[in-house]
Design a protein around this ligand. Structure first.
Ligand SMILES: [Zn+2]
Length: 151
């Protein structure tokens, strides 16, 4: 039988021991695969848009009593505050923020730019114009026709 776990303790490293910190040690959340590198400018645009909305949300936050600053506030009171808060974020922004986050999720999972309906590639031009879209133009048109027909 060989020696188990501690066997791999090689005394001398190959070269210098300073090669510990990788140069790409920026904000690498989860796995930033090839997909996020595929549309760097769109990603930047989405990030910027999200930041702008969050900034607005933060403004709403600072204009309300911060219940974390009052730890003795009751659960009911903080629930009311939260309700007020979410009511004050405009519906449109909430929806857009959700769409942006979903788009960023798709980027990290590598499904960004693929049509949900036909699995075809959504043309870059369309993505650029509507970065949160999940449908190619043909499928979007079909969907709109269906929506109109079901009314
Ligand atoms: Zn499609």
């Amino acid at each position: 039988m060989k020696v188990r776990s501690t066997a791999k303790r090689v005394p001398s490293a190959k070269k210098s021991t300073t090669a510990v910190s990788a140069p790409t040690a920026r904000k690498n959340k989860k796995k930033s695969g090839a997909a996020s590198a595929k549309y760097p400018d769109i990603r930047r645009g989405l990030d910027r848009q999200r930041a702008a909305i969050l900034e607005e949300v933060e403004e709403v936050l600072t204009n309300r009593p911060d219940h974390e600053a009052f730890p003795d506030v009751s659960d009911q009171a903080s629930a009311e505050i939260n309700q007020n808060f979410s009511m004050r974020i405009r519906d449109r922004e909430r929806k857009l923020l959700k769409k942006i986050e979903e788009a960023l999720d798709r980027m990290s999972s590598g499904t960004y730019g693929i049509c949900e309906r036909c699995d075809g590639d959504i043309p870059y031009k369309r993505l650029k114009a509507r970065p949160v879209t999940t449908l190619c133009i043909e499928c979007k048109t079909l969907q709109e026709q269906e929506e109109r027909a079901s009314r």
